[in-house]
Design a protein around this ligand. Structure first.
Ligand SMILES: [Zn+2]
Length: 508
């Protein structure tokens, strides 16, 4: 069994997904899963919503709503946005009894085998409310990269920032109140114990430069103990008597959540599982690949891998396809400032195939990239809709005049085209920008071929257009669905005759 498990970590349930999220992990994960299935591989795509991060509490306070309502509303919006953009999720994991039990079982096992320790940790403390502050509750400077941000994982450099280490910490909700420091005893996971295994692991998996840089800085010094529990009330109650009244640190739900989302995905596709972590067991035949922003990488790739190593008997993720920030008109997307484009609003105005193509072409794989509506419209017209509609018109002229012969030269060209697409889709060097650029190049070539087509070469054109559509199908989902009865790859590359079929147009 060769099953691909594709996971994009659940975003915090404090609002809808904007175009920046979609252009980051979500579209890439969808394209990856679609390509795997079209190539005959079993693929499961899991994501969901993170319900326990305290960003929900601070966002709800700003909006004047209950955090429980905000997270339910966000989950509903996100499901609709993903569906609108054609991002086909199999398992959508939120909170609930089954998930809570998985988290408990996971940490019971680590706790039972002596992999967790108690440790006294210093937190900023708000005397007026008697609260310890962590993650979204406290802002300040990152001690590593000096950027302003929240405690937890630094959004700028991706390294873990203990709340007590923030430079000039302030309460997020009560920024004018003075803070004290107080100590609390929490459970931690000593990650440094697994250094040798982690070093060997990162030496063998492929990484994009941003992730390689993050891993190198993390491994340059001792790996800090990672918190497993926190002295706060928002979250899943921790069942350990040595830390009464604490919750599981939300960043540390990621590994059991990944198993949960995988199980939901498999069940949606008809599997009946004996255990919720069945598809993560070492002999399950699963290959796990994460699609995630750099700021989510540390807890999954470093701490998660170290925990799976401690537990033993599980698969280790094969790869993390990371992304950088996607900006809107050269500024960060910001829901609170209204500097945002929602996928659902855009899809109401522009056909989603055009949006998907443009997000692929501008995907922030190696560096920050930028979205503007003008670029979307201009680039789709010159590289996609214009050439495609001319090619489709040329093929239409031969409908009802088939079957037409396909030359050996055209078969070789079609086969080379399929390989060129595969170079971008295959996991080890997966790249949406590479696929989008191949798509535009090949379409440009077919456009020139169409302009010069004669009765002798019409079969060659129609055959190559069929192969092209299959190769483009993971991105241009509606066009492919309208044109082809199936989208298996590589299709009839070796066919020596073709029956031309009427082709749909792309709306401008
Ligand atoms: Zn930082």
């Amino acid at each position: 069994m060769n099953r691909l498990v594709v996971i994009s970590p659940a975003p915090t349930a404090n609002g809808d997904l904007h175009l920046g999220h979609l252009a980051g992990p979500f579209l890439a994960a969808d394209v990856c899963a679609r390509y795997a299935r079209a190539s005959g591989r079993e693929a499961l795509y899991g994501t969901g919503m993170h319900f326990t991060q305290n960003y929900i509490v601070t966002a709800a306070a700003r909006l004047g709503v209950a955090p429980e309502d905000l997270r339910e509303r966000s989950a509903d919006q996100v499901r609709r946005t993903l569906a609108t953009m054609g991002i086909e999720v199999d398992g959508f994991g939120c909170i609930g009894d089954r998930f809570t039990k998985l988290v408990m079982d996971f940490y019971d096992r680590l706790h039972g085998m002596g992999a967790l320790e108690t440790k006294t940790v210093r937190f900023p403390y708000l005397p007026s409310t008697g609260e310890f502050l962590m993650d979204a509750y406290v802002t300040g400077g990152c001690p590593f990269c000096l950027a302003d941000g929240y405690a937890g994982i630094c959004e700028s450099c991706g390294l873990p920032v203990a709340p007590g280490d923030l430079i000039r910490p302030r309460s997020t909700l009560r920024p004018d109140e003075p803070l004290e420091y107080r100590e609390a005893r929490i459970l931690v996971f000593p990650v440094e114990r697994y250094r040798a295994e982690l070093e060997a692991y990162f030496a063998r998996i492929p990484m994009r430069p941003g992730m390689a840089r993050l891993i190198e800085s993390a491994l340059a010094g001792p790996l800090p103990d990672f918190p497993i529990t926190q002295p706060t009330s928002w979250g899943i109650p921790a069942p350990f008597p040595e830390v009464p009244g604490q919750v599981i640190y939300p960043h540390m739900e990621g590994m059991p959540w990944s198993m949960f989302a995988t199980a939901l995905a498999a069940e949606k596709r008809g599997a009946v599982l004996a255990a919720d972590d069945e598809l993560w067991q070492a002999d399950s035949g699963s290959t796990v690949v994460y699609f995630l922003g750099l700021d989510a990488t540390y807890p999954f790739a470093i701490v998660g891998t170290a925990m799976l190593t401690a537990l033993g008997g599980h698969v280790l993720p094969a790869q993390y396809v990371t992304n950088e920030f996607y900006e809107l008109a050269n500024e960060k997307f910001s829901t609170s400032r209204g500097h945002v484009v929602s996928g659902r609003e855009l899809a109401a105005e522009v056909p989603r195939d055009l949006i998907r193509f443009h997000l692929c072409a501008t995907s922030p794989e190696y560096q920050r990239t930028d979205f503007t509506r003008e670029a979307l419209l201009r680039v789709s017209e010159t590289r996609l809709t214009g050439p495609w509609n001319r090619v489709a018109a040329a093929v239409d002229a031969w409908v009802d005049r088939g079957p037409l012969p396909v030359s050996a030269d055209a078969r070789r060209t079609a086969s080379r085209m399929a390989e060129r697409f595969a170079d971008g889709y295959e996991l080890r060097r997966f790249s949406l920008t590479a696929v989008a650029s191949t798509l535009a190049e090949q379409l440009g070539r077919l456009d020139r071929l169409a302009a010069a087509t004669t009765a002798e070469t019409a079969g060659d054109l129609c055959h190559q257009v069929d192969v092209f559509l299959r190769c483009a199908a993971p991105i241009l989902i509606d066009l492919a669905a309208a044109a082809l009865s199936d989208t298996t790859l590589p299709g009839q590359v070796d066919a020596d005759a073709v029956i031309p079929k009427k082709l749909p147009r792309l709306a401008v």
